[in-house]
Write a protein that binds this ligand. Structure first.
Ligand SMILES: Cc1cc2nc3c(=O)[nH]c(=O)nc-3n(C[C@H](O)[C@H](O)[C@H](O)COP(=O)(O)OP(=O)(O)OC[C@H]3O[C@@H](n4cnc5c(N)ncnc54)[C@H](O)[C@@H]3O)c2cc1C
Length: 396
């Protein structure tokens, strides 16, 4: 059956594909470039295993709605430079590997597509560092996790909230040897648009080689309000500023996000993972000598297991408990899904018709403001930001 097939709420988490004993479900890109299940009705025997574990219909969390919250920074400067935020992920991941455990996280495959993969040593772990701002394919990792858990191995799985909900629904029971981390999530951009961007990039640079790595949050950030990408090809390494990157702009302005992200059921309280991690936006209102660009993370401990792990690994690090209600004020994606840009559907329709170049799309739908304006805007309280957004929307 698969009730979720062709449903806008489907996140493409892959739990249905992982559970199907008939191999009747594949995860493929839909028209907009988001991963969705496709059922081979010749193979399907209507056993309903997929419907019974689909997190959209079945996920329930027993985590707290009032998690302990911490400001976190890895003490090791080099560790922090290699990660996107405060480098909490590599700290816990290394701890798990030292216990002879397995870590699951997102890497670029050989074609620079985002996929969930496993790591059993420090070298394999390196590829998981860094946020890849595009939807990742979970492949067969849920089945692999179950295999290792049943063998008694300690397993760490990190991913977007929908991926963690998918994994937990797939496993059906709570394993003491599993620890899960969900990211505070703005939403995931389309894989198709990402492919298009990569192709256009090489063409514009007249680079006939191949992209071999993309760092979407390189550090150190030169000026705190300038973000850039580092794109490595076989020929050279390029630095692309945020303002000149239509893929980043369409992400930040909520144009290229999955419809299921806009209706996300997992970016809310209680959080799905044992531990939630994200950027500490608004950290300057807690510690006036810090900025999020310094690599500061917010950590939420959603249950006793999360608390135990955090206590164990954060001892030698920079960690300070902070009031949860105040953290949420500057990080709304802890409690709610991102609201879409009102032209989101038009953007996809026009993009898919390939009427214009991606830059033209970005220019048509996004007002690009000077850095100084963005700098000031970022520091305003949320209620003022909301008023400004309303005024701008009215004038559009
Ligand atoms: C698509 C996306 C949207 C995000 N939105 C927000 C946001 O709105 N607010 C916020 O505070 N934080 C957000 N984050 C989280 C933030 O960017 C950092 O990833 C997080 O704080 C971890 O930082 P770190 O330094 O501890 O880990 P790092 O060492 O940088 O490791 C990166 C971690 O992210 C995981 N990861 C990377 N790409 C993906 C992906 N495509 N899908 C699933 N997991 C992935 C890796 O497996 C690893 O666990 C988002 C991350 C992603 C991938």
């Amino acid at each position: 059956m698969l009730k979720i097939e062709k449903n806008e709420l489907c996140t493409g988490c892959g739990a249905c594909k992982n559970i199907c004993k008939q191999n009747a479900i594949s995860i493929i890109e839909d028209e907009e470039g988001f991963l969705k299940p496709l059922v081979d009705h010749y193979k399907c025997i209507n056993c309903s295993l997929c419907d019974n574990i689909c997190p959209i219909f079945n996920y329930k969390s027993s985590n707290t709605k009032n998690p302990k919250s911490f400001l976190f920074m890895n003490k090791d400067k080099i560790e922090k430079e290699k990660s996107s935020s405060g480098a909490f992920f590599p700290l816990i991941a290394k701890y798990i590997i030292e216990q002879n455990g397995i870590v699951f996280g997102v890497i670029w495959d050989e074609n620079i597509k985002a996929i969930q993969a496993s790591a059993q040593n420090f070298d394999e772990l390196e590829k998981m560092r860094g946020s890849k701002y595009v939807q990742a394919d979970t492949k067969s990792t849920f089945k692999e996790v179950q295999y290792f858990l049943d063998k008694g191995k300690v397993v760490l799985y990190s991913g977007t909230p929908c991926q963690i909900a998918g994994l937990k629904s797939f496993l059906k029971k709570d394993y003491q040897n599993l620890i899960t981390i969900d990211l505070i999530c703005h939403g995931v951009p389309s894989r198709k648009i990402f492919e298009y961007y990569k192709k256009m990039f090489l063409k514009q640079k007249r680079d006939n080689t191949k992209i071999i790595n993309i760092n979407m949050r390189p550090k150190p950030v030169k000026f705190e309000y300038i973000h850039y990408w580092k794109i490595e090809t076989l020929l050279k390494t390029y630095k692309i500023s945020m303002q000149k990157n239509p893929f980043v702009l369409t992400f930040l302005y909520n144009l290229n996000l999955n419809k299921s992200c806009i209706n996300c059921r997992f970016n809310c309280l209680p959080r799905v993972g044992d531990i939630t991690i994200g950027d500490f936006n608004g950290v300057e209102y807690f510690e006036n000598n810090l900025k999020v660009e310094d690599g500061v993370s917010v950590i939420l401990l959603n249950n006793k297991k999360g608390e135990r792990f955090y206590e164990e690994i954060s001892k030698q690090q920079i960690s300070k408990e902070v009031p949860f209600e105040k953290v949420v004020r500057y990080n709304l994606n802890i409690v709610e899904a991102t609201r879409p840009h009102e032209k989101r559907d038009a953007f996809f329709k026009n993009f898919l018709l390939k009427e214009q170049s991606m830059e033209d799309f970005a220019k048509r739908y996004i007002k690009i403001y000077p850095f100084e304006i963005i700098y000031i805007y970022k520091r305003l309280p949320n209620f003022i930001k909301k008023i400004i957004k309303k005024i701008l929307a009215k004038n559009d």
